[in-house]
Design a protein around this ligand. Structure first.
Ligand code: NAD
Ligand code: UDP
Length: 316
C-alpha cells in the first residue's frame, strides 16, 4: 500500500521539524513547506536524504500548489516568538489569514484532513484561570500582540468555516508554551533566553517582577498530543473539530523558572529586572480535561526533566 502524504507548513521550525520526524516514523511521506523566516535547514538536515521526505521552500501566504495527492495538511507556519511577531507583524497577520486560507484550500482540493496550530494567545490576558477551551478570551485586538492573537483567532474562524461549509475534516489545537531542542537560542522566548544567559554567566532578564506565570510543555509531549488529535476519527457531534488545549498544566512564575534554570546550569542565578512587555499575559495554565478525555493524553515530562534535556542540547 502506498504511504499517506502529509504536508507540514512551518516544518523547518522548532515544533514543525519534530512533527516531520514523528510523521516519518509513523510511516507517512512528508512534504515540508517553509520560507525559513524563523526556521532553519539545520532542523531538517538529517531528513534530506530520506526518500519519504521532501522540502519545498515557499511562502504559504502565497498560493500553495502540491502535485501529489495529499492526505493531511498540518498548518504550523507562523511567526511564533513575541520578538519575531513584533518585528514582522504584517507577515504574522498574512500567514495566519492568507496562509491558513491557502493551506485550507490545499486540504479542500485533496479532501485531506487539516490540522491548525493555534495558540493559548487566543485567550489573551485571561480573566478565567485555568483556561478551558470554552473561554472566549480577553485579547487587545489593536495592541502590539494583536497581530499574532488575531491572526490565530481568524485562522480558527476560517478553519471552522471550511469545516462547516466545505465539510473538511479539520482539527484545531491551542498550544501552550512549548520548549525543547531546536529552539533558536536567540528567538527571544523565555526558555532559550534564560538558558543562553545562564550558560554565558550573564544575568537572566526577568521582565516585570517575574510574578507572571506560564505553563511549560516539553516538545515530545506536545508532539504526542498532536499525533493523537490527528488520528481521531471524524465526529458528527463536532467535539473533535472544535479546539483542543495542548500544554502542561504545571504552572510556574517566571521568577521560579529563572531559579530552576540557575540550579540546572549550576550558575549563580543573577537576575536583572527589565520592563514588562505591553499586554504580556499575567497568568496562563491550560485546562486539559478535553484532551485527557478524547485523546487520553497528558504530558509525561516534568519541567526539570525537559529543561535538563534542552540545556544539554544547547550545550553541544
Ligand atoms: P518557529 O518559529 O520555530 O516555527 C515556525 C516556522 O514557520 C518557521 O520554520 C518559519 O520559517 C515558518 N514560517 C513562518 N511564516 C511562514 C510563511 N509565510 N511561509 C512558510 N513558512 C513560514 O516556531 P514554533 O514554536 O515551532 O511554532 C510553530 C507553530 O506552533 C506556530 O504556528 C506557532 O504559532 C504555534 N505555537 C507555538 C507555541 C510554542 O510555545 N512553541 C505556542 C503556541 C503556538
Ligand atoms: N520573559 C522574561 N524574560 C525574557 C523573556 C521573556 O521575563 O528574557 C517573560 C515574558 O515577559 C513572559 C514570559 O516570560 O511573561 C514568557 O515569554 P515568552 O516570550 O517565552 O512567551 P509568551 O508566553 O509571552 O508568548
Amino acid at each position: 500500500m502506498s504511504r499517506k502524504i502529509a504536508v507540514i507548513t512551518g516544518g523547518a521550525g522548532f515544533i514543525g521539524s519534530h512533527l516531520c520526524d514523528r510523521m516519518l516514523d509513523e510511516g507517512l511521506k512528508v512534504i515540508c513547506v517553509d520560507n525559513l523566516i524563523t526556521g532553519s535547514m539545520n532542523n531538517i538536515d538529517h531528513l534530506l536524504k530520506n526518500k519519504n521526505f521532501r522540502y519545498v521552500q515557499h511562502n504559504v501566504s502565497k498560493p500553495l500548489e502540491i502535485k501529489e495527492k495529499v492526505d493531511y495538511v498540518l498548518h504550523f507556519a507562523s511567526l511564533a516568538s513575541p520578538v519575531d511577531y513584533l518585528k514582522y507583524p504584517i507577515q504574522t497577520l498574512k500567514v495566519g489569514s492568507l496562509g491558513t486560507h491557502n493551506s485550507l484550500g490545499l486540504a479542500k482540493a485533496n479532501n485531506a484532513r487539516f490540522l491548525l496550530a493555534s495558540t493559548s494567545e487566543v485567550y489573551g490576558d485571561p480573566l478565567v484561570h485555568p483556561q478551558p477551551e470554552s473561554y472566549w478570551g480577553h485579547v487587545n485586538p489593536v495592541g502590539v500582540r494583536g497581530c499574532y492573537d488575531e491572526s490565530k483567532r481568524f485562522a480558527e474562524a476560517i478553519t471552522m468555516a471550511y469545516h462547516r461549509v466545505h465539510k473538511i475534516d479539520t482539527r484545531i489545537i491551542r498550544i501552550f508554551n512549548t520548549y525543547g531542542e531546536r529552539m533558536r537560542i536567540n528567538d527571544g522566548r523565555v526558555v532559550p533566553n534564560f538558558i543562553y544567559q545562564a550558560m554565558h554567566n550573564l544575568p537572566m532578564t526577568v521582565y516585570g517582577k517575574g510574578k507572571q506565570t506560564r505553563s511549560f510543555c516539553y516538545v515530545s509531549d506536545l508532539v504526542e498530543g498532536i499525533w493523537r488529535c490527528l488520528c481521531l476519527p471524524r465526529d458528527k457531534k463536532g467535539r473533535v473539530h472544535e479546539p483542543f488545549n495542548l500544554g502542561n498544566p504545571g504552572e510556574f512564575t517566571i521568577r521560579e523558572l529563572a531559579d530552576i534554570v540557575a540550579e540546572l546550569t549550576n550558575t549563580k542565578g543573577n537576575i536583572t529586572y527589565e520592563s514588562l512587555p505591553i499586554d504580556d499575559p499575567k497568568q496562563r495554565q491550560p485546562d486539559i480535561s478535553k484532551a485527557r478525555k478524547y485523546l487520553r493524553w497528558q504530558p509525561k515530562v516534568s519541567l526539570l526533566q525537559g529543561l535538563k534535556k534542552t540545556i544539554a542540547w544547547f550545550e553541544v
